[in-house]
Design a protein around this ligand. Structure first.
Ligand SMILES: *[C@@H]1O[C@H](CO)[C@@H](O)[C@H](O)[C@H]1NC(C)=O
Ligand SMILES: *[C@@H]1O[C@H](CO)[C@@H](O)[C@H](O)[C@H]1NC(C)=O
Ligand SMILES: *[C@@H]1O[C@H](CO)[C@@H](O)[C@H](O)[C@H]1NC(C)=O
Length: 406
């Protein structure tokens, strides 16, 4: 009897463990950046409905907007929240760091899942030396405050980097960080090891293309079929730039002795519109980039050098943001216009993405399959209209610099 109970119990335990891991695997999905540099965005509760209908369960904010965090209470959405660069100095002070968490995290975390805090955005590629020196101390202090409050296992601490931190990015196996940033990055990697947090990069193959449209094959940056390019050291074939960029970051970390840190993409995307001199910034390209990317995420693909680690991506961005300065592309990364209309339904019979119901409709019927429709339509579109012949590619330069406007 005891042994029978015991085996039933073990079986239950096994089932629970299995279903837990299944849930974990299945629920990874795509994340989305919810930027708010705009004066015309719908209310956070409208956005909560939209994301529910899109079946998106991971959202990244650039701040810790209490209106958003409370609008998403009990929503099952997992948040990355941000401490803006202007907070770095204060966050090196343990009292201020703890106070910030008590005000901005603790009141919400029982109802809204907050799994990560990014401390600063693209600090190391900016030109403020003082800020660079505050970055690690701020990360450590925020982590210490979370430990004090018993939250450090539940909320991980990291920062997001531009790919401009790489000195060499091709071939991917020879990736290295910029030598002048080594003094900052090396101890940050040690922090990630210790705190068990991922390394975040903002990766935009668009910029490589825009800066060098004559040399960078469009298919290669848009995840379209192409013959790819071989890494001569590993013999691995890369048929898209994003994977090459991710593996270049893994190699750069390895060159500093770290194989224990996961790389995640905190931002990637493609603008649907740009200034006349911004090559590639078109609706079709944005649709191809994001549509193909979503398919790779759904297939749980890893990169050539890390095939068993599915790419983990936050798409940039949910909305076009009208108040962002800089070239026109900066205001046109959204999957949605602020009025709730999807940006990518041009030339299609129905929208790829559902129209957003702004004033909190309780239920949105029939849209739960929207991503599937999106993919299906996408394939049809691609096969019908965009049969690019494979392009033979040599090794070309990656141009990774991007000035960030936020
Ligand atoms: C929502 O996404 C999860 C995984 O992210 C998937 O298992 C589920 O089937 C999706 N639901 C719908 C209705 O598409
Ligand atoms: C930093 O702390 C000072 C003094 O406590 C405060 O006046 C200031 O507003 C803080 N800065 C930010 C960005 O919160
Ligand atoms: C660099 O610093 C100057 C002022 O010191 C500022 O005007 C400029 O925008 C900065 N450039 C970048 C890329 O941050």
């Amino acid at each position: 009897m005891a042994s029978k109970l015991h085996s039933i119990f073990s079986m239950l335990l096994l089932l629970l463990t299995l279903s837990d891991s299944i849930v974990l695997i299945v629920s990874l999905g795509v994340g989305i950046n919810y930027g708010q540099i705009a004066n015309d965005l719908p209310s956070p509760s409208g956005v909560a409905n939209l994301l529910g209908s899109l079946n998106i369960s991971r959202v990244k904010l650039y701040d810790a907007d209490p209106n958003v965090l409370s609008a998403f209470a009990n929503s099952n959405i997992d948040f990355v929240i941000g401490l803006g660069n202007e907070y770095l100095l204060n966050m090196t002070d343990p009292l201020k760091a703890q106070n910030w968490i008590e005000l901005n995290v603790q009141p919400f975390i029982t109802h809204t899942k907050i799994s990560c805090i990014t401390v600063g955005n693209e600090i190391l590629t900016g030109n403020d030396t003082q800020l660079k020196s505050y970055l690690l101390p701020a990360m450590q202090t925020v982590y210490g405050a979370l430990q004090n409050l018993g939250l450090s296992k539940q909320v991980y601490v990291t920062t997001a980097h531009s790919l401009g931190i790489l000195g060499n990015s091709f071939p991917p196996s020879s990736g290295t960080f910029r030598p002048d940033l080594a003094e900052y990055i090396e101890p940050i990697l040690n922090f990630h090891s210790l705190a068990n947090s991922p390394f975040l990069i903002n990766a935009y193959p668009f910029f490589a293309y825009k800066d060098n449209p004559g040399q960078v094959p469009l298919d290669y940056v848009l995840f379209q079929p192409n013959s790819g390019t071989i890494d001569p050291v590993t013999n691995l074939n890369y048929n898209n730039m994003l994977y090459a960029q991710i593996d270049a970051v893994y190699s750069s970390m390895k060159a500093m002795g770290h194989t224990d840190i996961e790389v995640k993409i905190s931002e990637t995307g493609w603008p649907s519109k740009g200034d006349p001199d911004e090559a590639g910034a078109t609706l079709q390209n944005a649709e191809l980039y994001n549509g193909n990317l979503l398919r790779l995420i759904e297939e749980r693909q890893g990169t050539p050098a890390n095939p068993s680690v599915p790419i983990d991506v936050y798409v940039f961005a949910l909305f076009n943001e009208d108040l962002k300065p800089g070239p026109a592309s900066e205001r046109n990364y959204g999957l949605y216009y602020p009025n709730g209309t999807p940006v990518y339904n041009i030339g299609l019979q129905q929208g790829n993405l559902p129209q957003m119901i702004i004033n909190s409709a309780p239920k949105i019927n029939g849209v739960s399959q929207s991503w599937e429709n999106f993919h299906y339509r996408h394939f049809v579109l691609r096969n019908a209209k965009f049969c690019f012949p494979p392009v033979d590619q040599g090794n070309y330069v990656f141009v990774l610099h991007r000035i960030h406007y936020r």
